[in-house]
Design a protein around this ligand. Structure first.
Ligand code: SAH
Ligand code: SF4
Ligand code: F3S
Length: 443
């Protein structure tokens, strides 16, 4: 038995939604009167985990080990709670393997305070339910956030790509109600946000659930949020090619606060592999879709996710991925080696690609993506754009912000976090730009 914790620390390991969940768990504990502190001093450490690839999952166990060891050295024995997608996927197994005090899934974390109390009373505390009633209504209101904030509008996934655990760890696709989202967006702006990134595993599948003839989609939500005074920038992620409606494409043409950036994962450039992945779109569908987006917003920055070494991927398939990358010219992208995940259909597929081949392909892909990112950054030099100041830079007097195209931009001068400034981009490095501030647009 451990005493009821007075201090806590939340550590998030996963995607942006996982980070959002971490913030909301922290707010929930703070609302219970607990005080946020560093991991080494906290009575309760919440590990908010990710299950997407094997390495992410294994990291949880090594982290628990390290946490215990460090604590023991100074005579401490903190309560450990495992939250997030590993909690959902492994449940009681984590308690058996790592003897943690609390396990709570991503749809049940509104119950965290109760579970912590249960653990303090010496009882097993595990909740991986996926209740129909959403957790969101039972979380405290947002109070203080940075200039750029996340807002989950949609959760879960019905797509069942053959390699992916998300449909199992996050459950079926659900959309939060329109009014609840608008309320939270207003609260975020009141709490200091000037930019909001709408989050969903398939964010563009967001719907208000009405009858088909008057059903609203993500673009309607964006158009409504665009009217909130003080909200200068709207972004959304992650979108799925099949849910990219004409309405959403059109919004990129005429909603000023909607930033010219689209993260649209494709995973592979080979239609054969896309089929084996159950992506339900081919290479050409994807390329045609991007043409339509670029037709309304020619300067849009494109981003994607790629998996190399999916079972049966041949060198021809991989060449198709490289040629798709060439055709698109991504402003940035994420790429991963395929990781077989327990319980997914792909984990049972034969003809695995050898590790060394995967390494080689990943390297070649990352070189191509790096080259394109640099080219995109170089082409931005000379442009004048808005930059939202997010934090101090490394050099004295330097501040760091983001361009509309999600590039990191360094500027010098006396600016405050949250300022929106007009900047002339003057130089490009491989992953960031420098610029000269012309004027302050909003403080
Ligand atoms: N819903 C999003 C992605 C969520 S997971 C979408 O469909 O685009 C984020 C990324 O992790 C995926 O786009 C994919 O590139 C990668 N990923 C997912 N499962 C993986 C696996 N088993 N091995 C390697 N990468 C994986
Ligand atoms: Fe995973 Fe595919 Fe769903 Fe994205 S769309 S979360 S990759 S199953
Ligand atoms: Fe990881 Fe779960 Fe996000 S598996 S990527 S934390 S949805």
């Amino acid at each position: 038995m451990k005493p009821a914790p007075k201090t806590f620390h939340v550590k998030s390991f996963g995607c942006q939604m996982n980070v959002y969940d971490g913030e909301r768990m922290a707010e929930l504990m703070a609302a219970q009167g607990m005080i946020a502190t560093a991991a080494g001093e906290a009575d309760l450490v919440v590990l908010n985990t990710c299950h997407i690839r094997e390495r992410a999952t294994e990291k949880v166990y090594s982290d628990i080990g390290r946490l215990r060891k460090d604590a023991r050295k100074v005579g401490r024995d903190p309560m450990i709670a495992v939250a997030g997608c590993v909690a959902q996927a492994e449940g009681a197994e984590i308690v058996a393997r790592a003897k943690v005090d609390v396990v709570v899934g991503p749809q049940a974390y509104h119950n965290l305070p109760g579970l912590v109390a249960q653990a303090a009373a010496g009882q097993a505390a595990l909740d991986t339910d996926m209740p129909l009633a959403s957790k969101f209504g039972r979380l405290p209101a947002r109070r203080r956030v940075g200039p750029s904030a996340f807002l989950t509008v949609q959760e879960g996934c019905d797509k069942f790509c053959t390699y992916c655990v998300v449909p199992y760890t996050r459950g079926a696709e659900i959309s939060r109600p329109f009014a609840a989202i608008v309320d939270e967006a207003r609260a975020l702006v009141d709490a200091g946000a000037r930019e909001i990134t709408l989050l969903g595993q398939n964010v563009n599948a967001w719907t208000d659930g009405a009858e088909e003839h008057n059903r609203r989609g993500l673009h309607d939500l964006i158009r409504d949020l665009d009217r909130i005074p003080g909200l200068s920038r709207i972004r959304y992620t992650t979108s799925h090619p099949n849910d990219m409606t004409q309405g959403l494409i059109d919004a990129h043409g005429d909603v000023e606060s909607l930033m010219p950036f689209l993260h649209l994962p494709v995973q592979s450039g080979s239609t054969r592999i896309l089929k084996a992945m159950n992506r339900s779109h081919g290479r050409d569908d994807y390329l045609r879709l991007l043409d339509r987006v670029r037709a309304v917003r020619p300067d849009i920055a494109l981003s994607g996710d790629f998996i190399v070494g999916f079972p049966r991927e041949t060198s021809d398939d991989f060449a198709d991925t490289l040629s798709l990358v060439d055709a698109v010219g991504y402003a940035q992208a994420f790429s991963f080696k395929y990781s077989p995940r327990p319980g997914t259909p792909a984990a049972d597929m034969d003809d695995e690609v050898p590790e060394a081949v995967m390494d080689e392909r990943l390297q070649a892909l990352q070189a191509a993506l790096g080259r394109d990112q640099q080219a995109f950054n170089r082409a931005s030099v000379g442009r004048t754009c808005t930059v939202l100041i997010e934090r101090p830079g490394k050099l004295p007097g330097q501040m760091l912000g983001k361009s509309p195209w999600l590039q990191s931009v360094h500027v010098m001068g006396d600016h405050t976090i949250g300022d929106l400034v007009e900047v002339e981009l003057t130089a490009a490095g491989p992953v960031s730009l420098s610029g000269r501030v012309r004027r302050l647009l909003a403080a």
